[in-house]
Design a binder for this molecule. Structure first.
Ligand SMILES: Nc1ncnc2c1ncn2[C@@H]1O[C@H](COP(=O)(O)OP(=O)(O)OP(=O)(O)O)[C@@H](O)[C@H]1O
Ligand SMILES: [Mg+2]
Length: 241
């Protein structure tokens, strides 16, 4: 089913994975996965811990080679919000961002994530949530036509998280980049995405949900989408046990 849809979307795809597999030693982490991400599409991947999501993003970004299968990118710049922040410890917050963009853009992005006052601090002086926001600011400042986000809102309080979600939506509406979000949170996936892919261990079970444009949905639509996703997550993880 997913292969058939992937073929239908080929024309507008900015990333196409065909039958990708990856193992670490004897552990198969991605098994025969095919998927597309389309131009200007917001896709979320929802799956339990350890099922291979970060590995998939690293493959898409070109940071890791699959053992087999093919990956095609029709995008020029890929921005990445890493799960583990990956800030350069000896550079200030501002210098971490100017490493990938101009100072004016860097300061503007830091302002937008609420870190204007922390420009001259070093990563070791930041809280977990602040580091996450620097990682998000760096990816937004880098720009590009595909934004990969690996649990970017994970350690944020509810209000800050909502603000960061609004910021991503605003910038995406302006620049129209494609986005792939990895999350554990069904509501976050429902709120942001036009398509959500619920995955089981090693992507052996994969189910796609097309929800349409997120801007057209109400809060209660999103809650009902999130409920559907949660039920699918429960179903897939009970089959993976
Ligand atoms: N470089 C590596 N070397 C060996 N094993 C690895 C490596 N990277 C990931 N793994 C293993 O691959 C599996 C999937 O890891 P991955 O980080 O992709 O999971 P995940 O879905 O992102 O999990 P989480 O939601 O907890 O972040 C895990 O069992 C992990 O131990
Ligand atoms: Mg991960």
């Amino acid at each position: 089913m997913i292969q058939k849809r992937a073929a239908e979307r080929k024309d507008t795809a900015i990333v196409t994975l065909s039958r990708v597999s990856k193992s670490f030693g004897s552990e198969q982490v991605i098994s025969d996965l095919s998927l597309n991400i389309n131009k200007e599409e917001f896709v979320s991947i929802l799956g339990s811990s350890g099922c291979g999501k970060t590995t998939l993003l690293r493959i898409i970004a070109g940071l890791l080679k699959p053992d087999s299968g093919e990956i095609r990118r029709r995008c020029e710049r890929v921005a990445f919000v890493f799960q583990d922040d990956r800030l350069i410890p000896w550079k200030s917050v501002l210098a971490n961002i100017t490493a990938v963009s101009h100072e004016e853009i860097a300061t503007n992005c830091l302002d937008r994530v609420g870190l204007k006052e922390a420009l001259n601090k070093y990563p070791s002086q930041l809280s977990g949530g602040m580091k996450k926001r620097v990682g998000l600011a760096r990816a937004l400042a880098f720009g590009g036509d595909l934004l990969l986000m690996d649990e970017p809102f994970g350690s944020l309080d509810a209000v800050t998280k909502e603000k960061m979600i609004e910021l991503v939506v605003e910038l995406r509406n302006k620049s129209g980049f494609g986005a792939l979000l990895v999350t554990h949170d069904p509501f976050e996936a429902a709120e942001l995405s036009s398509r959500v892919i619920v995955v089981g261990k090693a992507f052996k079970k994969v189910k796609e949900f097309e929800f349409g444009h997120p801007e057209k949905r109400t809060l209660s639509d999103n809650m009902s989408c999130a409920q559907t996703l949660l039920e699918e997550l429960r179903r897939i993880s009970s089959q993976s046990e």
